[in-house]
Design a binder for this molecule. Structure first.
Ligand SMILES: Nc1ncnc2c1ncn2[C@@H]1O[C@H](COP(=O)(O)OP(=O)(O)OP(=O)(O)O)[C@@H](O)[C@H]1O
Ligand SMILES: [Mg+2]
Length: 307
């Protein structure tokens, strides 16, 4: 069953920017969905519309069967949001913020849950301090705990790990996995493909307000598992040797580097190196790179323009 169903959502800001362009998307209950996209793609706008912070221009959405505008109260209590920007009442303590948040959502006090979350996010020792005296990373922890304290069915995490340290990043990942085990649906935005790779069941890619691809992670990863191998040569080559020209190899303009593009598992690299040796080409060094998210975007947006 779809827990979130967005249909033809569009948003044009008063500035004229079309931030979201006819986005339709169904999210299944209990799945982890990663929305990937470059800066300005429309990720925060999409989340903002669903969470009732941004007014749509057109389209509709239901949350757990409730229309997000007509039945906004029912819809809203099912949503937890960890915003990209830190908005907190800095004169309150973390504990007070969590307690108040339950109240705002019309939920009964639950001191045990508040305590559990404070501990889970290493805030317990500072629970009585005003939030303004906490570090940026700790404020972010408060934001996450605040979103979870209302026990949402759908949690939106808008770039949860941008600019946070390794420890918080790991805590976040563990939290997301635990929530999944508890049946919570998680929608997260990120620039990091590794993060999507680690956590998501499905991945959506958004670019210039348009959802250009939605795919099972496994399928996407297989399709995108392109790597490049840079082979530095001891002696520059004037041109690519004839018998190597059937390979997806390119030679740098200075003749010093051969670059091979391949999919993981598809090429036999040692065999290629033996070929080079046979041809009298001495290799000085090797380095491989995974295809970056940027390259994936370039690939996809290029394809979506030429289709
Ligand atoms: N309040 C606003 N008023 C006018 N334009 C806006 C507003 N908020 C966002 N935009 C514009 O809408 C587009 C989409 O922005 P949005 O914040 O949704 O992107 P994003 O994918 O979340 O980007 P990022 O990865 O940088 O967080 C951008 O061109 C942005 O400048
Ligand atoms: Mg954003």
């Amino acid at each position: 069953m779809s827990i979130l169903s967005a249909s033809h959502l569009s948003k044009t800001y008063s500035s004229g920017v079309r931030a979201l362009d006819d986005l339709s998307l169904d999210i299944q209950s209990g799945e982890i969905f990663a929305l990937l996209g470059p800066n300005g793609a429309g990720k925060t706008t999409f989340i903002g519309i669903i969470a009732g912070l941004v007014k749509k221009t057109s389209g509709s959405a239901t949350i757990d069967g409730y229309d997000f505008e007509r039945h906004w109260r029912e819809a809203r209590t099912r949503i937890g949001l960890v915003p990209q920007e830190i908005h907190l009442d800095i004169f309150l303590s973390a504990e007070t913020i969590l307690k108040n948040q339950r109240g705002f959502h019309g939920k009964r006090p639950n001191p045990r849950l508040v305590e559990k979350l404070l501990k889970e996010f290493s805030l317990f020792e500072k629970k009585d301090e005003e939030v303004r005296s906490l570090s940026g990373g700790m404020k972010r922890r408060v934001l996450i705990a605040k979103a979870l304290v209302t026990e949402p069915k759908i949690l939106f995490l808008d770039e949860p790990t941008a600019g946070v340290d390794v420890e918080l990043r790991k805590d976040m990942w563990n939290t997301v996995k635990r929530l999944k085990d508890e049946g919570v649906t998680v929608i997260l935005t990120t620039h990091y493909i590794e993060e999507a790779e680690l956590l998501a069941d499905r991945i959506g890619i958004i670019n210039s307000g348009r959802l250009i691809l939605v795919e099972e992670k496994q399928t996407l990863m297989k399709r995108m598992s392109e790597k490049t191998l840079d082979i530095s040569l001891k002696n520059p080559l004037p041109r690519l040797p004839e018998h190597l020209s059937m390979l997806p190899l390119s030679l740098s303009s200075d003749g010093h580097t051969l670059t091979l593009r391949y999919s993981a598992g598809e090429r036999n690299i040692p065999a290629l190196l033996t070929e080079l040796e046979k041809a009298g080409i001495s290799v000085e060094d090797l380095s491989t790179q995974e295809t970056s998210l940027e390259e994936i975007f370039i690939n996809l947006t290029h394809k979506s323009e030429t289709v």
